[in-house]
Ligand binder design. Structure first.
Ligand code: SIN
Length: 294
């Protein structure tokens, strides 16, 4: 019998899990209960967990194989000892950033959808948090699809979009990329706009990030107009959960059916997060008969 408690945080998504020590290997019952809660709530928050980097990696491996971070603007891992861990931080040591994304807003996005098989999940562990600001928001993309007006569902049925690889969510160009002036020529994977979640079999709107997105086969202005409507719908506050970080919070999210963004914060305070990702499988269009895992 699992001893964990699951408390929903927001109507759309998000639940807090208590009654477990994440530094230790998870008992089979607890892992099963956490996975059930994750499938139901999409984003899980664990409070008061201080994990070392090896403990964070071991915990992440309970959910699957680690997926290393994508290329950052500086072209090398932030933690040479643990290249599987990404550092999200505004802190600089000797003038050199110790992590990615700085202190500005990180716009709505889904992680690394510019590759064919984006990570299925990510964990973000708060090691230093500002007294205010830097809140992170997640949005439920099952809900976004289910509530989409019928004409928009019709307009995107069977369509794919380009997921641009050029810029990260803080607007920084990734190492080795060139500026994109026409989204139709953006480098990056092409994914269905509506995907089938491989475990739940549910339909989720799959938008990636707005910048340089393009719906294949449409004139550019029609693609832009349709994308603007989809993004406005998908990021309505009622589909979201807001995370006001406390020290040693750990958040696990499902990258296949959520988007996330982060508020800017005061550049004079420090914020340090360590992040892991878990490998996913290739996206499939919702219309395609699904590989739904048992
Ligand atoms: C991210 O987009 O992964 C970072 C979110 C955050 O800094 O809260």
């Amino acid at each position: 019998m699992s001893s964990i408690t699951v408390t929903p945080i927001a109507p759309a998504l998000g639940a807090e899990i208590s009654g477990v020590d994440l530094r230790k290997p998870l008992a089979a019952d607890d892992l099963a209960a956490i996975k059930r809660a994750w499938s139901d709530h999409l984003v899980l928050r664990f409070r008061g967990q201080l994990l070392s980097d090896p403990e964070l990696m071991a915990l992440s491996r309970s959910f699957g194989e680690l997926d290393p971070p994508g290329p950052n603007p500086y072209g090398k891992p932030f933690l040479t000892e643990f290249p599987e861990i990404n550092v999200i931080s505004n802190v600089k040591k000797d003038g050199v950033p110790i992590g990615n994304l700085g202190d500005g807003e990180a716009v709505w996005h889904c992680d690394m959808t510019y590759i064919e098989t984006p990570p299925m999940a990510a964990m973000l562990h708060a090691l230093d948090v500002p007294p205010s600001g830097g809140d992170t928001y997640w949005a439920n993309m099952y809900m976004a699809y289910e509530t989409l007006p019928a004409e928009l569902k019709q307009a995107i049925a069977g369509r794919r979009a380009i997921h641009d690889a050029t810029y990260n969510s803080a607007g920084m160009m990734r190492k080795g990329m060139k500026e994109v002036t026409d989204p139709r020529e953006a480098p990056g994977a092409h994914h269905p706009l509506v995907v089938r979640h491989p475990e739940t079999g549910r339909a989720a709107l799959y938008l990636g990030r707005r910048r340089n997105s393009y719906i294949l086969g449409l004139p550019l202005d029609e693609s832009n107009a349709l994308l603007d409507e989809l993004w406005a719908h998908a990021t309505q506050p009622e589909f979201t959960f807001r995370q006001e970080w406390k020290l040693h919070d750990l958040i696990l999210w499902d990258n296949r059916c959520t988007l996330h963004r982060r508020d800017a914060f005061d550049p004079s305070v420090s914020r340090i997060m360590h992040r892991t990702q878990i490998k996913g499988i290739a996206t499939i269009p919702y219309e395609q008969a699904g590989t739904v895992a048992a």
